[in-house]
Ligand binder design. Structure first.
Ligand SMILES: Nc1ncnc2c1ncn2[C@@H]1O[C@H](COP(=O)(O)OP(=O)(O)O)[C@@H](O)[C@H]1O
Ligand SMILES: [Mg+2]
Length: 256
């Protein structure tokens, strides 16, 4: 069995008085591709954002490579780690969102280089070489000097993915990365994710693309109202759901 890379135990998150994650337990092994599915508002995005410490959380633990993310817990005291520690931990995960968030005044290569230079402090030449390598890997070797405005949505999303991967994360988080794309551009982005999965990248992937989840995921997690409603391998989940909730959800989603 591959080693456990991510371990979440008893994760609880509230916004004000509203509890949106109500005790999540989950372990992810190296090389696993986890598809996270579920209705809008079920807590999928919040879960990813907690893993990356873009959100504070009130209870439970998240461990990445054995290291506790975001908080020190000693006995009954729980303290947020220093911003410096959190920044270092955040760099262990890469994230891509529905919105690409590229800098419009920077070329594709400059967008990918930015974190390498500013966060990893690599010399520009080295950062540029890494950027070109990853742009090439996502099929954009000939677009390195284009600005986002000169690229299609699918190409921009591939730049955003290259930017995250170039930082050499231990874990990739994808949050509905194809939801803002025209249908004809979805395939090229999913193919990039498929290639990364085939190369052994560990990933959590929130998606509405049920067919894609079925094909690529090693395991599927169904989020329902802040808890894991059901999980299993794609075949079990999509072909023989155990819970009524999942069966209902699949009926209303686009698995065909
Ligand atoms: N910044 C926020 N402030 C208050 N409530 C929020 C915030 N972000 C999300 N929520 C609420 O948390 C719940 C889970 O949201 P989210 O994680 O975005 O769900 P999903 O990604 O599954 O659609 C929803 O009820 C949403 O309204
Ligand atoms: Mg979401």
């Amino acid at each position: 069995m591959a080693k456990t890379l991510l371990e979440i135990a008893g994760l609880r998150k509230t916004y004000g008085a509203v509890e949106v994650l109500k005790g999540i337990d989950c372990a992810v092994h190296e090389g696993e591709v986890i598809a996270i599915i579920g209705s809008s508002g079920s807590g999928k995005t919040t879960l990813l954002r907690c893993i990356n410490m873009l959100e504070d959380f009130q209870d439970g633990t998240i461990r990445l490579d054995g290291e506790e993310i975001g908080y020190h817990v000693e006995g009954s005291t729980r303290r947020r780690k220093s911003e410096k520690d959190i920044a270092r931990q955040r760099a262990l995960t890469g994230m891509a969102f529905q919105q690409f968030n590229l800098f419009p005044h920077m070329t594709a290569a400059q967008n990918v280089m930015l974190g390498l230079v500013k966060v990893k402090r690599l010399p520009k030449g080295e950062a540029h070489a890494i950027a070109l390598k990853w742009l090439d890997r996502v099929g954009l070797g000939d677009r390195a000097n284009h600005y986002p405005g000169q690229l299609s949505g699918g190409q921009q999303q591939r730049v955003a993915i290259a930017r995250a991967i170039a930082m050499n994360p231990r874990l990739m988080l994808f949050d509905e990365v194809t939801s803002a794309l025209d249908p004809e551009l979805v395939g090229e982005v999913l193919q990039v994710i498929k290639d990364l999965a085939a190369e052994g990248m560990t990933m959590l992937l929130v998606t509405h693309e049920m067919r894609f989840a079925y094909e690529v995921a090693s395991r599927v997690i169904f989020m329902n109202k802040g808890v894991i409603g059901e999980e299993g391998n794609p075949r079990e989940m999509f072909v023989a759901p155990k819970t009524e909730r999942l069966a209902e959800f699949l009926k209303t989603s686009s698995f065909n």
